[in-house]
Design a protein around this ligand. Sequence first.
Ligand SMILES: Nc1ncnc2c1ncn2[C@@H]1O[C@H](COP(=O)(O)OP(=O)(O)OP(=O)(O)O)[C@@H](O)[C@H]1O
Ligand SMILES: CC(C)(CO)[C@@H](O)C(=O)[O-]
Ligand code: BAL
Length: 283
Amino acid sequence: MEAASTIAEVRERVGAWRREGKSVGLVPTMGYLHEGHQSLIERAAAECDRVVVSVFVNPTQFGPGEDLESYPRDFERDLAKCEAAGAALVFHPTPEEMYWPDRSTTIHMADISEELCGKSRPVHFDGVCLVVAKLFNIVTPDAAYFGEKDAQQLLVVRRMVRDLNFPLRIVGCPIVREADGLAKSSRNTYLSPDERLAATVLSRAIRAGQALAESGERDASAIRGAVRDVLVQEPLADVEYVEVVSQETVRPVQRIESPVLCAIAVRIGTTRLIDNFFYDPAA
Ligand SMILES: Nc1ncnc2c1ncn2[C@@H]1O[C@H](COP(=O)(O)OP(=O)(O)OP(=O)(O)O)[C@@H](O)[C@H]1O
Ligand SMILES: CC(C)(CO)[C@@H](O)C(=O)[O-]
Ligand code: BAL
């Protein structure tokens, strides 16, 4: 496995693979890797000849007052995890390598990036689109792998790829969880022992909603209610949203008649956590 910090090195390496006829998979990350990221890398390695993992804490997707500075970083550990999961190249640029100081181009995604997390993080998905579009242009992958844990991000990236005609496949990968159900996340490291225990309420709430949908309930407010009923039992949980939205429009639905996403965002202390399930009534 190799590491590169410049765009030129990545282009050279990928160009050589292309001349050998190899397919290329990309796994974009912000580092501090865990088994969730590793599952994406392993999936990419199973489906592509060469896998590039990007490790970049992207400043443009953080709003004022968010955790850009304190976001956990450990590049040496990340390298070992990438290698173990089957990556061929780790791209670890500086912000200066990724962004010209006088850059003038932005990507604004209307509508679907304004719901759910977009309400409390208004610049977030534009920043994600910008960096992901740049990574697609730098790496030119055949396929890119994203986790369903960041469900709205997955829908936003799919929409951008469709709207801007990026010639690649987007692969969504299932949520990897801790033994007690908590979705693995780099931000779990912010939790104190009490908060870590309290955080299990997210996956319990999601399981309650999912069980109700699977039992045939089609009233979205009943699903939201079942999820909230679990969340309110945890005194440390401060609920930001519980929503059932269309996978197509990301707008709230009243009845579940087409594929939906049930998504929650909850603060445990100062740490903002998310969880979700996808549900297709026809499946
Ligand atoms: N538990 C998980 N299961 C599956 N995929 C995951 C999981 N956690 C993160 N991913 C995916 O890994 C990719 C990189 O995510 P990122 O580096 O932001 O990690 P993270 O743990 O989600 O961090 P954060 O705490 O910022 O949410 C994204 O596509 C994300 O959806
Ligand atoms: C896709 C991504 C790597 C873009 O910075 C980030 O939003 C993440 O880690 O999910
Ligand atoms: N996993 C999404 C990156 C973020 O929350 O900024």
